[in-house]
Write a protein that binds this ligand. Structure first.
Ligand code: CDP
Length: 790
C-alpha cells in the first residue's frame, strides 16, 4: 500500500502508457530512423593514447566506390569546427588536428552509401602518428616532468585543471584538533561508464534549400543541444530542430555533445543528404562520457561515545583528456560538497584538485546528481570505518548522528539547505524489514563456523532538481524548465515538456500530474517531449531533474489552466469566481456543490459562442517556466546482506532492503522500477565494473566481456519500503527518485563486504569488489582496481 495521497484517483499504479509500443517492439529509436537517400557515417579512432599526428592520407578511402565524403580534422579546421566547447567550458577536439590525447579519440569521419562500406573505408585511411609518453594515472599526471597533455591551451605547462574547496577549513581543523577520535581512509571511486543499452547516435538532415537542419539524436537535453549547435555552427535556432525520439537509457551518457554528432551534421551539409551515425558498443565504452574516477581521502572526527563532529575530504579528480565533466558552471566538482550527507556535524571542509590524463573525457552524472554518488560513498564508508574504530554497531552510530525531523529545513556545513526529512524513521523501518537484530545474531553464529556473512548499511541524502537558474547554469543557460498545456474543446489535453524521458515513464507520470490537477483521466493527456519544435525550452533530464523541475512546471501549467477554467465556469454558472471552489475534480459553487462544472464542459464552453468574461481569450491553454527555488532532497536507508567465500573472494548479495523517501509518489509502480534499476546498478558498481587502463593508456574496459553488467543472477529479490516526506516547496510535494538507488546502494554493499571481512582485519578495499580484489584484501594486499582487474 502506498502512503501517497490519491489525487482524484489519478496518482497510483497506472500502467505505463509507453509500454504499449515498447513491448510490441514498436518504439522509434534513432537507429530506426530511415530517410530517403540516407548515407552512413563511421568514425576513425586513434589506437594510441597520446601521439602527435604527422600526416593523414585519405586518398584511398576517397577512392572507395561507395564512399561519398571523408572528413578530417584539417577540413573541420577550415570550417572553424575542429574544436567544440565542453559542458565545463573547455575546448574538445572534434577531429584531431595536432595530437591524439586518448585511445579511441576521433581522427576522421567517413560518409558512405552503407554502414559496412563506411567501416571498410576507415581501414583505407593512413594516419602517421608520432607516439608520445602517456600518463593515464591521476597522481603521476601532476608530477613535475609529466607529459603535458593539453599543449593546445596557451601557456599550459602542466596537467592541472583546477583547485576548488568548500566548507570552513579553520573551523574544521579546530573540531578535529579537539576530537577524541580521528580516522582517515584512502578510497577510490573507480572510473565507470553509464553503458545505456542504446549507444549514442544521430541522423542529421541538412536541407540545402530551406537551410533547415533536422537532427534525430540520442539526447537527454534536446533544447540545450540545439542552442549549442546554433552557437557552434552559427545557425539561427529556428533553423535547427532536435528530435530526441525513444531513448534506450541515458544515465548521464547522453547529456554531452559528442564529436560523432558534429561529424554527422557536417557530413550531411557536405553531401546534401541525410547522414546516420550510430556508434558501436566499444566506441561507446571507450570514447563517450565516463563517470566517477575520484581518488578520495576522507577523515572523520568524533567524540569517544560516537558523536560525529567533523568531516574532511581531499579529492583528486581524473577528468581525462578534455575537461568535459557535467555540472552547473559554479560547481566544478558538482555537488560533491553535500558530502556531510545525512548527519548533524559541526564543521566540514573538502578540497578537490582536477587533472588531465590520457583517458577519454566525461565525468557525467551517471545516475546521480553531479558527484553526490562519490560524496555519499565517502561519508558512508567513513561512518562504517569510525564505527569499527569505536567498537560501535554501525546502525547505532548512524541513529545517534542522523539529522532529526525538527532540524528541517536544515542548512549543512557547506551551505546546502535540505528541504524535509524524517531520517530516523526511514532507518528504523529498514532495520525492521531486515530483522536487524536477528541478522546480527545469525552473523555471530555463522562466524563461529567459519562462514563470513556481512551486514552493510548506508543512509543517503540526494539533492536533485537543479536550479534555481540564478545559482545554476550550464554553458550560460539557466537551469529552469518550461511546460505548455493545450486543452482541446472536448477536454483532452496535450502537455509539452522540455525534459526527455529515457525509459523513466514520463509519458505516464506527467499525464498523471495533469490529470490530478484537472480532474481528467491520464488517458486523456498526451505528453510530448524530446522535440524542440513541439515543446518549450528547458535544460533537460539528468540528475533526477524531471519530476522536481519539469514535473513542477507541469503542475503549475495545469493550475493555470484550472484558474482560467474557474473564470469560464463562473460565467457558465452565473456566479462570481470567488464563489467557486475546486473539489473532486470540478469547480463547484460554494455551499451548493452539486452545481459544478468539470474541465471537459468548461473547455467546450471556452471554445463556444458563450460570452467570455475578462481574463479568458477563448481557450484554456497555458505555458509556464518553472525556476525551482531549491533542490529537493530525497533520502533513503539501505541494508545489504552478503555472503563472502574467503577461499575464492566471491561475494553474493543475499538480501537488499531499500527504504526510499521521494516525497509524494506519483506512480509507486514506476518509483519501484526506478529503485530496482538503481539497485542493480549499485551491484554492478560495487562488485563488477571498472573502466581500467594499462600504463600505455590502452582501455581495458572496452567491451561487455571486460565491463560487466549485472544481471538477475547477481541480484537478490529486492525488499522495498517507503516513507513519504513531501517537499514543502514543490507544487505537488514530490522529490526525485531516478537516481537515488544508484547513489545509496554501492556503499551499503561495500560496507557489507567489509563487515564480512572484519575477522580478517580488512578495513577497506576499493571497488569493484571482484573476487580477485576481495581475495587480495584478505591477503593484506590492495589491488589497484583503477589499473587492473584480474
Ligand atoms: O529525471 P528522471 O526522470 O530521471 O528522474 P525522476 O524525476 O526522479 O523520475 C523518475 C520517474 O519516477 C518519473 O517517471 C517520475 O515521474 C517518477 N516519480 C514518481 O512517480 N514520483 C516521485 N516522487 C518521483 C518520481
Amino acid at each position: 500500500m502506498s502512503a501517497t495521497p490519491e489525487r482524484n484517483g489519478a496518482y497510483g499504479r497506472v500502467p505505463r502508457k509507453e509500454d504499449a509500443r515498447f513491448v510490441r517492439g514498436r518504439g522509434t529509436f534513432v537507429d530506426d530512423i530511415q530517410l530517403p537517400g540516407m548515407l552512413h557515417g563511421a568514425v576513425l579512432r586513434s589506437p594510441l593514447a597520446h601521439a602527435r599526428i604527422v600526416a593523414v592520407d585519405t586518398t584511398a578511402a576517397e577512392a572507395h566506390p561507395r564512399v561519398e565524403a571523408v572528413i578530417t580534422g584539417q577540413a573541420l579546421a577550415e570550417l572553424g569546427l575542429a574544436w567544440m566547447p565542453t559542458i565545463s567550458q573547455d575546448a574538445q577536439s572534434v577531429l584531431a588536428t595536432d595530437k591524439v590525447r586518448f585511445q579511441g579519440q576521433e581522427v576522421a569521419f567517413v560518409v558512405a552509401q552503407d554502414r559496412y562500406s563506411a567501416r571498410d573505408a576507415l581501414e583505407l585511411i593512413q594516419v602517421e602518428y608520432e607516439p608520445l609518453p602517456v600518463v593515464a594515472d591521476a597522481q603521476r599526471a601532476l608530477e613535475t616532468g609529466a607529459p603535458v597533455i593539453r599543449d593546445d591551451l596557451p601557456g599550459k605547462t602542466s596537467n592541472h585543471i583546477f583547485d576548488w574547496e568548500a566548507g570552513d577549513k579553520a573551523a574544521t581543523d579546530a573540531v578535529f584538533a579537539a576530537a577524541d577520535v580521528v580516522v582517515g581512509q584512502d578510497m577510490l571511486y573507480p572510473r565507470s561508464h553509464p553503458a545505456p543499452l542504446e549507444t549514442c547516435g544521430m541522423v542529421a538532415d541538412s536541407d540545402p534549400v530551406s537551410g533547415r537542419l533536422t537532427l534525430w539524436s540520442t539526447s537527454q537535453a534536446p533544447h540545450a543541444h540545439r542552442t549549442v549547435y546554433a552557437l557552434v555552427a552559427g545557425l539561427p535556432e529556428h533553423k535547427i530542430r532536435v528530435v530526441s525520439p525513444d531513448i534506450g537509457g541515458g544515465f548521464g551518457n547522453k547529456a554531452p555533445i559528442y564529436p560523432g554528432y558534429i561529424c554527422a551534421i557536417v557530413g550531411s551539409m557536405k553531401t546534401g543528404r541525410p547522414v546516420k551515425w550510430v556508434e558501436d558498443r566499444s566506441e561507446n565504452l571507450m570514447s563517450t562520457a565516463f563517470a566517477r574516477d575520484y581518488h578520495m581521502h576522507g577523515e572523520i572526527a568524533a567524540t569517544a561515545d560516537g558523536k560525529v563532529l567533523g568531516l574532511r575530504a581531499r579529492v583528486l579528480a581524473d577528468h581525462g583528456a578534455f575537461n568535459a565533466t557535467a555540472q552547473p558552471t559554479k560547481f566544478p566538482a558538482g555537488f560533491f560538497h553535500i558530502f556531510t550527507g545525512s548527519y548533524d556535524l559541526r564543521a566540514a571542509h573538502c578540497e578537490v584538485t582536477a587533472v588531465y590524463t590520457n583517458k577519454a573525457p566525461g565525468g557525467v552524472a551517471y545516475s546521480c546528481s553531479f558527484r553526490i554518488t562519490e560524496a555519499v560513498y565517502l561519508v558512508e564508508r567513513m561512518m562504517d570505518i569510525l564505527a569499527r574504530e569505536l567498537g560501535m554497531d554501525p546502525a547505532e552510530l548512524r541513529m545517534k548522528n542522523l539529522l532529526r525531523p525538527e532540524q528541517f529545513p536544515y542548512t549543512c556545513p557547506t551551505g546546502w539547505q535540505y528541504d524535509s526529512g524524517d531520517y530516523p524513521r526511514a532507518l528504523a523501518l529498514a532495520m525492521d524489514i531486515a530483522g536487524y537484530d536477528d541478522l546480527r545474531r545469525e552473523q555471530a553464529a555463522k562466524r563461529e563456523h567459519g562462514e563470513y556473512m556481512g551486514i552493510g548499511i548506508s543512509f543517503f541524502t540526494e539533492g536533485v532538481g537543479a536550479g534555481p537558474r540564478a545559482h545554476m547554469d550550464i554553458l550560460g543557460l539557466g537551469m529552469a524548465d518550461g511546460a505548455s498545456l493545450r486543452v482541446h474543446p472536448t477536454g483532452t489535453a496535450v502537455l509539452g515538456v522540455s525534459c526527455q524521458t529515457q525509459g523513466q515513464g514520463h509519458e505516464t507520470t506527467f499525464a498523471q500530474i495533469v490529470a490530478g490537477e484537472l480532474g481528467i483521466s491520464p488517458d486523456d493527456v498526451e505528453v510530448v517531449h524530446g522535440d524542440t519544435d513541439r515543446t518549450p525550452f528547458g535544460l533537460g533530464t539528468y540528475g533526477s531533474r524531471s519530476t522536481p523541475v519539469s514535473g513542477a512546471a507541469t503542475a503549475m501549467a495545469a493550475r493555470k489552466v484550472r484558474e482560467r477554467a474557474r473564470i469560464v465556469a463562473s460565467a457558465m454558472l452565473e456566479v462570481s469566481p470567488d464563489d467557486l471552489e475546486w473539489a473532486d475534480g470540478k469547480w463547484r459553487v460554494c455551499g451548493d456543490p452539486e452545481k459544478a462544472k468539470g474541465i471537459a464542459e468548461i473547455a467546450m464552453a471556452a471554445h463556444s459562442s458563450l460570452e467570455l468574461p475578462a481574463g479568458v481569450e477563448g481557450h484554456l491553454d497555458s505555458e509556464v517556466v518553472y525556476n525551482p527555488p531549491n533542490l529537493t532532497f530525497p533520502f533513503g536507508a539501505y541494508i545489504c546482506v552478503t555472503d563472502v567465500d574467503p577461499g575464492t573472494g566471491q561475494v553474493s548479495v543475499r538480501r537488499f532492503i531499500a527504504v526510499d523517501d521521494c516525497g509524494v509518489q506519483i506512480n509507486p509502480m514506476i518509483v519501484e522500477g526506478q529503485v530496482h534499476r538503481g539497485l542493480a546498478d549499485g551491484v554492478g558498481m560495487a562488485l563488477m565494473q571498472v573502466i581500467a587502463f594499462d600504463a600505455d593508456g590502452n582501455c581495458l574496459g572496452g567491451s561487455f566481456m571486460d565491463y560487466l553488467l549485472p544481471t538477475p543472477v547477481e541480484c537478490p529479490s529486492w525488499e522495498l519500503g517507503e516513507t513519504v516526506t513531501p517537499s514543502p516547496h514543490h507544487p505537488i510535494g514530490a522529490k526525485g527518485i531516478g537516481e537515488s538507488a544508484t547513489v545509496g546502494s554501492p556503499p551499503a554493499i561495500v560496507n557489507s563486504v567489509m563487515d564480512a571481512l572484519a575477522p580478517f582485519g580488512v578495513r577497506h578495499a576499493d571497488m569493484p569488489l571482484t573476487p580477485a580484489n576481495v581475495w587480495s584484501a584478505i591477503q593484506g594486499r590492495r589491488l589497484r582496481t583503477d589499473l587492473a582487474v584480474t
